[in-house]
Design a binder for this molecule. Sequence first.
Ligand SMILES: Cc1cc2nc3c(=O)[nH]c(=O)nc-3n(C[C@H](O)[C@H](O)[C@H](O)COP(=O)(O)OP(=O)(O)OC[C@H]3O[C@@H](n4cnc5c(N)ncnc54)[C@H](O)[C@@H]3O)c2cc1C
Length: 304
Amino acid sequence: MATPHTDPIDCIVLGGGPAGLQAALTLARVHRSVVLVDEGPGRNAAAAHMQNVVTRDGTPPAEFRAIAREQLAAYRTVRQLDGTAVAAETRDDGVVVDLADGERLEARYLVLATGVADLPLPLPGLARHWGGQVAHCPFCHGHELGRRVVVLGGEPQREHPLRMMVGVAEHLTWLTDGVRLEPDVVAGLERLGVVVDERRATGVVERDGQLIGLALKDGTELACNGVLTGGAWVQRSELPAALGCAMLPDGAIEVDEAGATSVPRVFAAGDAAHRAAAGPGHSVIASAAAGQMAALGVVRALIA
Ligand SMILES: Cc1cc2nc3c(=O)[nH]c(=O)nc-3n(C[C@H](O)[C@H](O)[C@H](O)COP(=O)(O)OP(=O)(O)OC[C@H]3O[C@@H](n4cnc5c(N)ncnc54)[C@H](O)[C@@H]3O)c2cc1C
């Protein structure tokens, strides 16, 4: 029988979202001592349901976390803490993490699964509907956004999710908010049935708490059931940068296939990290998969 919480512990996992929960579970499966620290809530907390998660399509994010935490509690080598990590440093033989309540944790390895924070949305009022009628990801919410969808914002990166919504929404408008598009881009989109509207938006139109459209600068309204926008993010925690982890141009922590960062003894997973050769995964399943890979990397290092 493994001794729980040997001193120093094998691994500290910071972050109790899909990435950190899976990392802790994988470590627990081989009786490695792990402390999971989470300040909650996670990135998708605003959404009533999460989608595109096999066997859990439509499950509330809080329920997903609660099930994971309950199942982790069955492993004697796992300690789960509600708290905030405020400082971290590496030493030759391990890592040290300080929590806001003054507790100091020492371990051989660290997994950063601290996620990202979404930047404020471009219009007043949109945040009230974030994760419901306003979302950033067609895979997560496109199916639920309804018949009449507006993709808001003229940045070039909007075109990719816009094209994913062709055939999902019956009426699809790209409201570029004042950005002029090249005529051939407009023509190509119109051939797909997309309405390109270059007017500016000023706010949301609501009735009985529901979003029913966007207010435009010219004083008119654009009716819709859902808005696709947002998606810009920054690291949620300052610890990856404070530890000196190499970062990618998009702001993610750079990791290798095993989730190792540029800093010895520090691994990372989930929305916060990806490989240079791959784009960010930013989904529940991708984050959990990365959490498992990082845990495998830790186990490999522990037995090496
Ligand atoms: C509105 C919205 C809806 C979404 N819906 C879906 C969906 O339907 N399906 C889907 O697949 N994906 C969805 N996503 C994406 C999904 O939420 C993320 O990909 C996923 O949560 C990433 O998991 P993670 O573990 O990396 O990070 P998170 O789930 O964000 O978890 C990170 C955790 O780290 C903790 N943390 C951070 N810093 C510290 C610290 N210093 N100390 C202690 N704890 C800390 C946080 O409290 C948090 O709990 C959605 C995203 C948004 C914004």
